[in-house]
Write a protein of this length. Structure first.
Length: 163
């Protein structure tokens, strides 16, 4: 029996469509790492670095778009209302130096659940995927702490960006 609990409450068709796009992205990560394993490669040797690199690229664009390295700018440019609905997210605190968020649903985890990943695989894939968020944080001069994740059986994903 899985320890991962991840059920959406918001059922709006537009939000569901956005979630499906994010699920598709999660499937790419799963299939890439699965094919790597089949070829004798360890995804830990490359996947986290590649995803972090992608996050730094995305973060640079967000900083440029918002014109600031303030974490308030990150909230305004990335964690918009549509993103809040998609992840059933609460913004707990938003200042120049601290951005604290709680996600109550994760479409990436849902995709991995749908293809039958084990709890261990889901946790590993989540760790890799979160490297993108860490890379975004780097571009804002911030670190990301994850005290809780849905992928590891917690009731929420708790993200804390801090400078």
């Amino acid at each position: 029996m899985s320890i991962v609990k991840n059920e959406a409450k918001i059922k709006n068709p537009i939000v569901v469509a956005v979630r499906e796009q994010l699920e598709h992205r999660a499937l790419w990560l799963y299939y890439l790492t699965d094919e790597a394993k089949k070829k004798g490669l360890d995804p830990k040797d490359f996947a986290a670095a590649a995803v972090r690199r992608c996050g730094r690229y995305q973060g640079a664009g967000l900083v440029k778009k918002g014109g600031t390295e303030s974490l308030v700018g990150l909230r305004k440019s990335l964690f918009t209302k549509p993103a809040q609905w998609t992840f059933e997210m609460d913004v707990i605190k938003s200042t120049d130096d601290l951005l604290e968020l709680k996600f109550h649903y994760c479409p990436l985890v849902k995709a991995w659940q749908k293809v039958g990943c084990s709890d261990e695989e889901i946790a590993e894939l989540c760790d890799i995927a979160m490297c993108g968020d860490r890379g975004i944080g780097e571009r804002y001069g911030a670190e990301l702490d994850l005290p809780k994740t849905i992928a590891k059986g917690d009731d929420i994903c708790h993200l804390k960006y801090h400078k």
